[in-house]
Ligand binder design. Structure first.
Ligand SMILES: C[S@@+](CC[C@H](N)C(=O)[O-])C[C@H]1O[C@@H](n2cnc3c(N)ncnc32)[C@H](O)[C@@H]1O
Ligand SMILES: [Zn+2]
Length: 268
């Protein structure tokens, strides 16, 4: 059972075909695309928080090339080696749903799937991509999910809300988080900047135990300038690099690019 809670009173939400409601009669409509909007107005700092439509479309286009399939496979391997029976799997910062859909397809069991993202545009796309999942617009820092109700949380290039992840995980549950490592997209960065410095995100948590950190490095080829533009639009580089260099990259017809990820597993 998906233990989703009311964002107003914290009581269990009963999910129906058209609405969700709690015992205190707080009522939420299911959107046409199938998701629920559970972000309280107080948590909304802008009129459309999270990734915008353009970024989501770019992400959807790029991920459809399956350039990051080795990462999706790796996440599925980690989940499958840890959990044999049916689980509750939560994707915190689900984006277009690419990774949770891939993991679900690799499982022998039917899991309870929950996807959360603060971007309504992302959740709309994810709700169509993974109709079997419960998709909600909410913040990963305050998730509408009951304490100790998830076996596994995945966080892929999304805000690392480790305190909240620890709250929703069951004892013995696992958080699998993927972040960019030093050489990630190095060719793209070299094409955009003269001075390229290594970037690395290191994850630490006071709420969870670090069980492992694995590196995953591979090269992928893009042979279409639209796919290259889509990848560029997914990154923060597009805002910072000189305009002429951005145009040059967008017009490239071929790029061979390094993907470099660190994948952490934390346990509760
Ligand atoms: C880089 S994208 C990654 C999306 C997806 N995990 C993937 O790898 O395709 C980061 C996502 O985090 C979402 N996000 C940013 N801040 C958030 C927050 N406070 N709560 C929930 N989602 C958030 C964005 O809307 C975006 O979809
Ligand atoms: Zn309520």
């Amino acid at each position: 059972m998906k233990r989703v809670i009311c964002p107003v009173c914290g009581k269990q939400l009963f999910i129906g075909d058209k609405t969700a409601s709690c015992e205190n009669c707080h009522l939420y409509d299911r959107a046409r695309e199938g998701y629920f909007y559970l972000l309280p107005p107080s948590a909304k700092k802008s009129s459309s928080p999270g990734d915008n439509k353009e970024m989501i479309n770019a992400r959807k286009r790029f991920l459809a090339t399956d350039s990051y399939l080795p990462l999706a496979d790796k996440l599925a391997d980690i989940i499958n080696s840890r959990f044999k029976g049916a689980i509750t799997l939560l994707d915190a910062g689900v984006g277009t749903g690419y990774y949770i859909a891939h993991i679900a397809a690799s499982r022998l069991q039917t899991d309870d799937l929950i996807g959360i993202d603060i971007s309504k545009e992302a959740v709309k796309v994810a709700a169509r991509a993974v109709p079997e999942a419960l998709l909600t617009v909410a913040s990963v820092y305050s998730m509408p999910v009951a304490d100790g109700s998830a076996d596994a949380v995945i966080s892929v290039f999304a805000p690392f809300a480790d305190r909240e992840f620890a709250r929703v995980l069951k004892d013995g549950g696992a958080l699998v988080a993927a972040v960019p490592a030093e050489r990630h997209l190095i060719e793209l960065r070299r094409a955009l900047y003269d001075d390229v410095r290594p970037v690395e995100t290191k994850l630490e948590s006071e709420f969870l135990h670090k069980a492992s950190r694995e590196e995953l490095t591979f090269t992928f080829e893009l042979d279409d300038s639209e796919d290259i533009s889509a990848l560029l639009s997914m990154t923060p580089y597009v805002y910072r690099a000189p305009c002429d260099r951005v145009k040059e990259v967008k017009n490239s017809r071929h790029m061979s690019i390094t993907a470099d990820f660190s994948i952490y597993t934390f346990t509760k």
